[in-house]
Ligand binder design. Structure first.
Ligand code: SF4
Length: 406
């Protein structure tokens, strides 16, 4: 097996992560387009070698969970034969691209995010000097249509406009517009500029937003040779509804991003062309009629956008994760019922400060610490708590009483 995961890396399939319930292998599926035959095969691999559960990650990656160490070599070989993983762990690590899921069907899309994602991934893998990029460093390709990617954690953003592609840096609204055919080269130049400028700072920033805070966006664009004439990108909403039936597709939600092998088989059986994995804990089925929704709801998928479970986030917690000292998802399910669902996540239950389920601030955040729960209001797990060492019952009582904002 490849060397075990160290802090700051993201798990892959070539470099899995050891967790409390076995190895985690993350598949990076280009543009989130998952062919139906592959989906069935991956479901079988998850059942045969893992614990039969998969997670859809915050960047649209699909994780196999609970793979036994002794079975890893067999899984790696099967995934390689399917063409689902890269030649080596370093190539896999740099291929960190999220793209809008429905460029081919969304009449408002300004460009083909899937095609650009394929081109960008190939260029990233070919440029060996970019393998020094930090593990979480990533790229997003927004097609300018109904599904914005502004909520996705990324570092270099490529956004289709009517007249080209805007290149921007996470943490800043300014952008340089280039021709579509120059977008990949421009993104790579920004990545090189990041490595160069970050290396002059001690300790080197590991994310673009941190570097922007140190040197400002102009210095980064200048180091990339991308000129001074920029535009300011308009604020973009991710508000397009994802869940339910639409003229182009059906969308279903995955509470906590989790699905079972059986559910993946069902999705592949139900889909018409392929599955679209999104970074929003949702899977889209293009060209599928609305009458499939009751069957998918029966199988445990969220099929209505006001499902309360879509308004809460929770990492796997104990016992699945060795860093956790609390159970997370049953608690989140219980608390989800206390508030009518609204758009966005109001509650985040995190087994520890690492914040695997969400890096955003939420109205209520619960963080496990030494078996108790710290409660943070309007913040993240690393922010100072309003209350510390609570029991689940005490948290529930506080929320019911209205003592914390609901
Ligand atoms: S947030 Fe902590 S407890 Fe939860 S999955 Fe991540 S490392 Fe584990």
């Amino acid at each position: 097996m490849n060397e075990p995961l160290i802090r700051g890396w993201c798990p892959g399939a070539r470099r899995p992560m050891q967790s409390g319930d076995g190895l985690i292998l993350r598949l990076r599926i280009t543009g989130g387009r998952f062919a139906l035959g592959l989906a069935h095969t991956v479901a079988e691999i998850a059942r045969r070698y893992g614990n039969g559960e998969l997670d859809l990650g915050r960047r649209g990656g699909l994780q196999l969970r609970g793979v036994r160490n002794d079975d890893y070599a067999a899984v790696e070989t099967e995934l390689a034969m399917l063409g689902l993983i890269d030649a080596d762990a370093d190539a896999e690590a740099v291929r960190n691209v999220v793209a809008s899921p429905l460029s081919d069907l969304d009449e408002m899309a300004q460009g083909d995010a899937f095609l650009l994602a394929k081109q960008l991934e190939a260029a990233l893998v070919a440029d060996e000097s970019l393998r020094q990029l930090p593990g979480k460093f990533g790229f997003s390709i927004d097609d300018g249509g109904r599904f914005g990617l502004s909520d996705v954690s990324t570092d270099i953003r490529l956004s289709f406009l009517q007249d080209g592609v805007a290149l921007s840096l996470n943490g800043d609204a300014r952008a340089i517009v280039v021709r579509t055919e120059d977008a990949v080269a421009g993104a790579l130049r920004l990545a090189h500029a990041f490595l160069d400028l970050a290396s002059r700072i001690d300790p080197p920033p590991r994310r673009m937003a941190t570097l922007v805070g140190h040197v400002g966006p102009e210095a980064i664009f200048a180091a990339a040779g991308l000129g001074r004439e920029g535009v300011t990108l308009a604020a973009r909403s991710d508000a397009a509804p994802l869940i339910g039936a639409f003229p182009t597709h059906v969308g279903i939600g995955l509470p906590f991003g989790r699905l079972t092998a059986n559910q993946l088989h069902l999705l592949a059986d139900t889909a018409a062309s392929d599955l679209r994995l999104t970074p929003f804990r949702a899977v889209l089925l293009p060209g599928v009629p609305a009458d499939v929704l009751p069957r998918l709801a029966e199988a445990g998928f969220a099929t209505a956008s006001d499902d309360p479970l879509l308004a809460v986030a929770a990492c796997p917690g104990a016992p699945a994760c060795a860093s956790a000292t609390i159970e997370t998802r049953d608690l989140a399910r219980r608390l989800a019922r206390l508030k009518p669902a609204a758009r966005g996540i109001w509650l985040h239950v995190s087994g520890c400060e690492k914040s695997c389920a969400s890096s955003a601030a939420h109205a209520v955040t619960l963080v496990g610490r030494d078996g108790g729960l710290d409660l943070v209001l309007d913040g993240r797990p690393t922010d100072p708590p309003r209350h510390a060492g609570l029991t689940p019952e005490a948290v529930e009582a506080l929320i019911r009483s209205g003592t914390v904002e609901k």
